[in-house]
Design a protein around this ligand. Structure first.
Ligand SMILES: *Cc1c(COP(=O)(O)O)cnc(C)c1O
Length: 369
């Protein structure tokens, strides 16, 4: 055995890191409880699965995987550039949008910097901030959502980066374009603002707009999108950032040369064309959201209005306890105590029969039947 403490040797920010806790995999629950029918509503994946165009693309490129992928993702970037009406050099592809969130932090944030984000915001923001050895400035939430006034006030000369999830996970809260514009106007151009639009496709709220169209106005803006949610490609890991060409240039310098694999590139390009599949995902989500909120209302369970494909609901007992009890019924949801919401669980909107089984199990667990 070595006398050397390899944990103590790690960089300061890394030493204190705790790994991101993903939703419990179905296979794990199957092993533990021997249940044969398990429903996972824990990671905001699409209950519809991938579209047929994406699956055909996956099969079609399998024979090519002895070659390295196109490190510049030329074809996917061309497709995204025309989809968004932006130049191709505004794009940075990532191994999921998580990769891009990390790239921005790695490229711009030093241990002398501060990074501003909101209470109850996406768990990856504190992780990447800490890994960079920087100070996280967490502003209190307003009605569970981002308080942009508080966030603007938290910015000082050490601030290099602000994360905004719009809509936010796990709360489902969203910000209107007008609020976002006033906020951006108050942020110095030397502070990068990442607007994480992972759930953009699902939003149907008045006043909500994507910020991809605002890049001309805000040179310090980075908008991130993902294929993991409405497109149904979470397992392939592909996402991207849209930004000024200067910022994209920097992000593309720090990323790994082949950070998006051949199969992911092909599937993402095909999925982008398959607008019908995204539309179906959104429709299934809309009716599933109605189903879940109606059930919560009937049970007098408080829930946070959500613009995403998930919903956070307040439980009469600790969320971790409800989570455990639901596991025994074969239902995986997400406890969110680590997001500062110990009374809540977060449920991904599933297919109609999955939602129905969740509701039935919840009623049983709560002693209502
Ligand atoms: C799910 C999610 C993502 C997507 O992560 P990927 O790495 O693209 O799978 C990004 N941001 C938020 C807020 C999310 O909830």
């Amino acid at each position: 055995m070595s006398g050397c403490d390899y944990v103590a040797l790690a960089a300061e920010g890394v030493r204190a890191l705790r790994p991101y806790k993903p939703g419990k995999p179905m296979e794990e629950l199957q092993r533990e409880l021997g249940l044969d029918s398990i429903i996972k509503l824990a990671s905001n994946e699409s209950p519809l699965g991938p579209g047929s165009a994406a699956m055909a693309a996956v099969a079609g490129c399998a024979a090519g995987i002895s070659r390295y992928p196109d490190g510049n993702g030329f074809a996917l970037k061309q497709a995204l550039a025309s989809f968004h009406g932006v130049p191709s050099d505004a794009l940075t592809l990532g191994n999921g949008s998580n990769d891009v969130l990390e790239l921005v932090t790695r490229a711009y944030v030093t241990p002398d910097n501060e990074v501003v984000f909101s209470e109850h915001a996406f768990a990856v923001y504190p992780l990447v901030t800490q890994a960079a050895g920087a100070r996280a400035v967490v502003t209190p939430a307003r009605c569970f959502g981002h308080d942009l006034d508080a966030m603007a006030k938290a910015i000082n000369e050490r601030t290099r980066l602000v994360f905004i999830a719009n809509p936010n996970n796990p709360t489902g809260t969203w910000l209107r374009a007008g609020e976002m514009d006033s906020f951006m106007a108050s942020v110095p151009e030397s502070v990068l603002v990442v607007v994480d639009e992972a759930y953009f496709e699902y939003v149907d709220k008045p006043g909500y707009e994507s910020f991809v169209g605002c890049l001309d106005r805000y040179p310090n803006l980075v908008v991130t999108r993902t294929y993991s949610k409405a497109y149904g490609l979470a397992g392939l890991r592909v996402g991207y950032a849209v930004s000024s060409a200067a910022i994209a240039d920097v992000l593309n310098r720090v990323r790994q040369p082949f950070n998006v694999n051949t199969i992911a590139l092909a599937a993402a390009e095909a999925a982008l064309e398959d607008a019908d599949h995204v539309r179906r995902s959104v429709e299934v989500n809309r009716s599933g959201m109605r189903q879940l909120t109606a059930a919560f209302d009937a049970l007098s369970i408080e829930h946070i209005p959500s613009a995403g494909n998930f919903i956070a609901a307040r439980m009469p007992r600790p969320g971790s306890e409800i989570f455990q009890a639901l596991l025994r019924e074969g239902i995986i949801v997400r406890p969110v105590a680590e997001y500062g919401m110990p009374d809540f669980i977060r449920v991904t909107v599933g297919l109609e029969h999955e939602n129905a089984r969740f509701i039935e199990a919840l009623e049983k667990v709560l002693g209502n039947r």
